[in-house]
Design a protein around this ligand. Structure first.
Ligand SMILES: Cc1cc2nc3c(=O)[nH]c(=O)nc-3n(C[C@H](O)[C@H](O)[C@H](O)COP(=O)(O)OP(=O)(O)OC[C@H]3O[C@@H](n4cnc5c(N)ncnc54)[C@H](O)[C@@H]3O)c2cc1C
Length: 398
């Protein structure tokens, strides 16, 4: 069976490793971080991502560490402008808010238990494609492989070695985030957001069990233009609390009273590739199609990539990797293109200095009163759509 080398033990890389090793492939994962500690914020796992976790046999483990999210609700001033309920699409569907570190740990343990060789603190620097194999250079030497899966995130330099048209564009906006414990927050099953036009957005996502404290936690996201990153960092926690106070006083009090609050800045970028493979190399996850997290799809898409990859290389030992990867690119193309387009359209409606918020609010109000449009919003959120005209989207089609 072919030997797969994976660059990056993130969500996509580990999920791919588990799927591949279960098919009997030899898999080695190289990760440049030596000690993956519980850092990061909350992720919203959509029904599409949950389905992939189910196929990995890990949905129950993740669910135990996560918060069930029934709805997404947003207020412009006192007006409720966003009101999306998962059960309106399917009575059993919901989102799962989970700390990134909990999801990562679950995948890492499962991969190790299945015998995946994981080389921590040993990043991949380069690779060379030969006619019969690949030579992969890592921090501690070289190894041969039949295929390389590049899963090393948005800022991948390995991706740039491929002779494939690609672009990397940082978004003008990012976010401040913090993870805060609370045992009686009034919205334990809702992702709540508050807006002031498209310049101000504050969100609180139920995030399940805090990996550092073992308590129930929430992730707080505060939209921030890149030009303000260093100014806001200098103002520190006190500055952030004062900005939040007029928007949501309860969150300002919570933040100011939280012990040892870690506040970090997240930057986003848009990555596009004309094809996800070249010969024996395939790019998956954020390395292939990073987008703004406004639609909450990135981790879900990385999990879907992993499953489709495994389906495309399933078979006997003499599999033709080039055509398997070409099949992968073809199968993923529509779904990825749809979500990249949706993310590009949606992001400035929530994060920009332009007066776009009325378009966003009019669109969501329209959706609330027109069930067919509302359903398309929901299917998009759930990760189930393959294109604008895919009106009967369902997760099994992924
Ligand atoms: C603030 C924020 C909120 C988000 N919210 C959501 C959400 O609600 N829902 C959602 O689905 N997604 C969300 N995302 C996106 C999600 O986190 C990513 O899409 C997801 O983590 C991508 O997984 P990945 O495996 O492709 O990359 P990553 O998880 O970034 O993993 C890449 C790995 O590669 C390693 N690496 C880097 N270079 C090398 C190298 N040369 N050699 C070896 N290893 C290397 C890195 O250390 C890392 O471990 C959010 C992102 C941000 C920033």
């Amino acid at each position: 069976m072919p030997h797969f080398v994976i660059a990056g033990a993130g969500i996509g890389g580990l999920a791919a490793a588990i799927f591949l090793v279960r098919q009997g492939h030899q898999v080695t994962v190289f990760e440049h971080v030596a000690d993956p500690t519980p850092v990061g914020a909350g992720l919203l796992l959509q029904p599409s991502g949950q389905e992939m976790l189910f196929e990995l046999g890990l949905l129950d483990s993740v669910r135990r560490l996560a918060a069930v999210v029934h709805s997404l609700e947003g207020y412009s001033g006192r007006r409720k402008t966003l009101d999306l309920h998962y059960h309106s699409v399917h009575p059993d569907w919901s989102g799962l808010g989970v700390h990134r570190a909990q999801l990562h740990r679950t995948l890492l343990f499962a991969a190790r238990e299945l015998g995946v060789s994981i080389k921590l603190g040993n990043g991949i620097d380069d690779f060379k494609q030969c006619s019969t194999h690949l030579i992969v250079s890592h921090q501690q030497g070289e190894c041969n492989a039949d295929a390389l899966i590049i899963a090393n995130g948005t800022r991948s330099k390995l991706r740039e070695n491929l002779n494939v048209k690609q672009s990397y564009r940082p978004y003008p906006w990012g976010a401040y985030w913090a993870v805060l414990d609370h045992d009686s927050w009034p919205f334990p099953h809702q992702l709540m957001q508050r807006y002031r036009g498209s310049r101000v957005m504050l969100g609180v996502l139920p995030t399940g069990v805090n990996p550092n404290t073992g308590k129930t936690c929430y992730s707080l996201f505060w939209s921030l233009h890149r030009s303000l990153f260093s100014i806001r960092q200098n103002e520190g926690l006190a500055g952030l609390v004062e900005q939040i106070r007029p928007i949501w006083p309860e969150v300002a009090d919570w933040l100011s009273q939280a012990p040892k609050t870690e506040i970090a800045i997240a930057e986003y970028a848009d990555v596009r590739m004309s094809s996800y493979h070249q010969d024996r190399v395939l790019v998956i996850g954020d390395a292939a199609h990073s987008m703004s997290p406004q639609l909450g799809q990135g981790a879900n898409m990385a999990l879907i990539d992993a499953k489709i990859l495994a389906e495309c290389v399933a078979g006997n030992a003499s599999i033709n990797l080039h055509s398997a990867f070409a099949r992968y690119s073809e199968r993923r193309r529509k779904h990825i293109a749809y979500y990249q387009m949706a993310s590009r359209i949606m992001t400035p409606l929530y994060q920009s200095y332009f007066p776009y918020a009325w378009i966003r609010d009019a669109g969501t109000m329209l959706g609330r009163h027109l069930p067919p449009i509302y359903r398309q919003y929901m299917l998009t959120l759930c990760g189930a759509k393959q294109g604008v005209w895919d009106l009967k989207a369902h997760i099994d089609a992924l």
